[in-house]
Design a protein around this ligand. Sequence first.
Ligand SMILES: C[S@@+](CC[C@H](N)C(=O)[O-])C[C@H]1O[C@@H](n2cnc3c(N)ncnc32)[C@H](O)[C@@H]1O
Length: 291
Amino acid sequence: MRTGPDAAAFTEQDVSAFFDQTMATYLNFWDSEGVLHTGIFDGEQDEDYRAAAARTSDLIAREAGIAAGAHVLDVGCGCGNFLFRLAAETAITGAGLDLSVERIKFARARLGELDLPEGSDITFWHGSATAMPFGDGVFSHVVSQDALFLVPDKPRSHREVFRVLRPGGTFAFSDFLQPRPDISARARRHVYDRVRWSSGYSLLDYQVALASAGFDVVLARSLDGQISQTYRVLGKTARSRASETGDPAARDWMLEFARSCGEIQAAIGDGEFGWGIFVARKPALRDSEAR
Ligand SMILES: C[S@@+](CC[C@H](N)C(=O)[O-])C[C@H]1O[C@@H](n2cnc3c(N)ncnc32)[C@H](O)[C@@H]1O
């Protein structure tokens, strides 16, 4: 992992406090159902964040090969939207795990309101990727969207994902990248410290880390342009919502976020912030081990 001399060492408590405290504000301008990840846009003119975010989920589901009967864990599930989308389209069972108790409460409340198709069954759990409340080899697939970068002890969360996957199971996810070790004070403030992110992997380092945890890496693709468009679109939304709200604290937060969006795009251009999609497999048992 690329720590660098000025990296702050945020704890899991710092991360959970941030996602608990900012939930209402994010619902206000980012997405009212709590979707909170990078979108895949259909060209530079496309400003439909919700459709772009759904495209990312669909790409991960497709690359993971999730089909009816899959038992899926979403790590850092936030408000549960990836599982809701999967369950609505395919009869899956699964679990969502998140460090933010507020987001898990929101996911459980929405689950109670949704009419999921026959055969789908989902539960939500409050907890950490570093100490998962699940048995060994339980899930056929583990997915995650823009969450694992926030884990301070990443080798530990990789070991946990490996443990809860069945042999032959698939780990498919998107995540933020730290492409280089030296990060400017500006990028540290607007990209990293803003969301309590201590440090991350480059695209190459990520593959090495997954292999060290025992995975066979099937896909590692960098898609940096999509984060740039995501923050361009959301910065614009934040600025326009700020002018509509009567709450001065919410207005200041959204204007500060909109300012950060410009800095975030600069950091991507300077190679200080990246985004990638990964697929990795837990090796299947050999015949002699299976017996
Ligand atoms: C950017 S949000 C993404 C949420 C969701 N995946 C989505 O796409 O809408 C990151 C999420 O990761 C969660 N998270 C951060 N560290 C975690 C950890 N150690 N274990 C579980 N969840 C964690 C946060 O609470 C937050 O909900």
